[in-house]
Design a protein around this ligand. Structure first.
Ligand code: MRU
Length: 316
């Protein structure tokens, strides 16, 4: 079942806070429910958030106070560019539901193309390292960074994956492992701090991550810990790829300094700490464009400094 799907009177989401223990689905029938599901990470991952927000906007436009519903959705999480792009697209459409459904369909197509284009960069038996979850769960279906792994698997390239746990929400440990297990792709789970050792041991051929927002100069916001992963890749002479649909590219933001980075509750970090411990919990970091080998989009594999070529495609 897709991660995000319109049911006729609402949007059905697989509850990602319950995986991998339970496969539960929730249906949001109001804009405020969609906003809450995005904020609480029932649905997460930029393209999945975008699709949920699109259907949330459809619900908002059917409510007595559409502006309030749209405001709640826009305020749910600040970093994923797809959220704002999706809401704007639905609001501007003559037929909002048809626009949201088209967006969801296009998102699946985009992921499959990203997968195929990314797999074209690989040699046989590629050993990936990845962070967070940029798989089917983070999209409507198929995935971006994990879509590349999946396409490689489908092409018989025999990929394997080192999965970073991704504290504090453990998207790697809970979600990426779950997806790879279902796909039958070999993987091993690593504590985040073990990444350096993996590079030193020569266990990594390439690093790949998704993106929440890519600035015009190629600076890329993604899950906290992506920047250190890119630094390790550079230090060890290993390519570092970002895989993302063009909807994640924000040409209106010149560089990473202009990207709003979400800060989440301290309690997500203090699980093992004594009561009263203060924490700082930025959900994303920004990887400078100079550390990115290429950005794999559905329209092609682009050098990070060539995003301006998308200007015409991305024009409203
Ligand atoms: O906080 P999350 O789980 O929504 O963060 C998700 C990521 O950082 C993903 O890598 C990104 O959204 C791309 S998903 C295809």
């Amino acid at each position: 079942m897709p991660t995000v799907e319109w049911t006729g009177d609402g949007v059905r989401l697989i509850d990602q806070t319950r995986l991998p223990e339970e496969e539960l689905y929730v249906t949001c029938r109001s804009a405020s429910m969609v906003a809450k599901a995005i904020r609480n990470m029932v649905v997460r991952g930029a393209p999945a958030i975008g699709a949920a927000a699109a259907f949330g906007a459809v619900l908002a436009l059917r409510e007595p106070d559409p502006a309030a519903g749209l405001r709640a959705i826009r305020a749910s999480r600040p970093t994923a560019r797809d959220l704002f792009w999706a809401v704007d697209r639905v609001v501007a459409a003559a037929d909002p539901l048809e626009a949201a459904q088209a967006l969801a369909r296009e998102s699946i197509d985009a992921c499959r193309r990203i997968g195929r284009l990314g797999a074209g960069l690989l040699k046989p038996r590629p050993r990936f390292i990845t962070i967070c979850n940029a798989g089917a769960l983070a999209t409507v279906d198929y995935g971006t960074a994990l879509g590349v792994v999946r396409a490689a698997h489908e092409l018989g390239l025999e990929p394997s994956v080192l999965v970073l746990e991704t504290r504090p929400r453990a998207q790697g440990a809970r979600l990426t492992t779950w997806e790879l297990q279902q796909l039958g792709i070999p993987f091993r789970l690593l504590a985040d701090g073990a990444a350096g050792r993996a590079f030193q041991e020569g266990l990594v051929d390439l690093a790949i991550a998704g993106a929440d927002r890519i600035a015009a100069n190629g600076d890329t916001a993604n899950k906290i810990g992506t920047y250190p992963l890119a630094l390790l890749a550079r230090e060890h002479g290993v390519p570092f790829y970002v895989a993302a649909p063009v909807s994640t590219v924000d040409l209106a933001t010149a560089d990473g300094a202009g990207i709003a980075i979400e800060e989440r509750p301290e309690g997500e970090v203090t699980t093992f700490a004594p009561p009263g411990t203060r924490a700082w919990n930025p959900a994303f970091d920004v990887t400078p464009a100079r550390l990115i080998t290429a950005i794999i989009t559905e329209l092609g594999v682009l050098a990070p400094d060539r995003l301006a070529s998308l200007r015409q495609v991305l024009a409203p």
